[in-house]
Design a protein around this ligand. Sequence first.
Ligand SMILES: [Zn+2]
Length: 409
Amino acid sequence: MTDKQGKNQDDLQKLNRSLVMRLIHKLGVCSRAEVAKLSGLTKASITGITQQLIDAGVVKEVGLIEGAKGRRSIGISLCMDHYLCIGIRLTRKDVHGGLFDVGGELYADKRRLIPENSTPQDAMALMKDIIEKLLKKGDGRKVLGIGLAVPGPLIYDEDKIAYMSAFPGWENISIKKELFEAFGIPVLLEHDGVCFAISEWWERDSADFRLMVTVLAGQGVGAGIVDGGRPIRGALGCAGEMGHMSLNVHGPRCDCGNFGCLEKYCSTLVLEKRMAEALENYPDHPLYGSTPDYREIIKAAREGDALSTQLFSEAATYLGYGIVNVINLLNPDIVVVTDSLAEYDELMQSVLERTVKSRLSEKILSRTKIVVKPSSEYLAMQAATSLVVDMFLSSPISAETEKKGSKAL
Ligand SMILES: [Zn+2]
């Protein structure tokens, strides 16, 4: 056998192992026959692969389970007890980190606000402090890695955020390198939009679609694009900067250099600013005299306040304009909108549907699903964790042998 043939065979074995791991992860407890059927691999291959995974301690047998036609067979599942992952989300205002198991269950979390006028180095110090505290909660279990979701644009190959609007200086920091030097465990860095896209892809039954765009509408607007399970990052790694799509070429200048960017019209920061400005003209408004944050504005809108509803709807309408552009450019099967502004999911869904319907051909619209997914406090960290889980599922045996200090299979 030539070296090349040997390598190809090795790659194929790793791919098959990864496929089997993903299926067991998705199914929970299942039989070897089920995995064989869904993977398209032979029963003999599945027997061999599961044995390797059992020997490596990443899969276990769980006793007899009921199979098709009432046949009983030995169940298998992932051994999640030994492994933990850390998921971190960095935003312009805070750092939130969580310790999760491979199944996505939260063990502990820590959040720290980034004080105004902080430097990126200050934010990195907060992040390291959170990671250190979370690692101590691991009770000696192996932490497979740190997944980190950051606002972009992220120059993926250079491990740097090109710029962060309203938070300068990130272009000088090698985030991954700095965290790896501090903790010595793998660090996976992704644009937050890409993180969500990967996590959403695995969570949904992706049999019905191929191209998915996830849109994060929060302090900025970012998108992640996944084609058949693979993220599309672009030449430098900063594809998906939907927030910097110009919606008004004569609009205000943005930090990115463009004019009238979507982010200038739709974000939690813009909503809060517009509300503060508008309240000056409404002395009778219950929120007059305060500077409400987006949660208070959404709460007021949900309770029927006309001003809050109007400002929220305006922001959502601009997001709809952006989504029309994305659909025209990429023709996705599904667009999933989430993050802070999706907390008012019903109104966001209806405004987006109305806006997109009025600007897109019926033929395209009827084949494009738009879903608003309410954001949860842990959603972003879980998405960041999915990077680590993805790495583990892709190469479970190397993760295990690294722990034992032996040679990778
Ligand atoms: Zn911009």
